[in-house]
Design a protein. Sequence first.
Length: 53
Amino acid sequence: MRKIFAFIGTTVLGSIGWSVGAYIGIGTAIVLSCIGSGFGLYWGYKLFDQWLG
């Protein structure tokens, strides 16, 4: 279940990062997607640990 939270967070924040970065260029979209995915992974684990852990 913890990995599902991480997957959802990674998907959502990675997509947001891609969408924001795509306005500037493909390189920026890739970088912001990676950063967003990292934050999504962190917050997904953190939310799971806080609520269900």
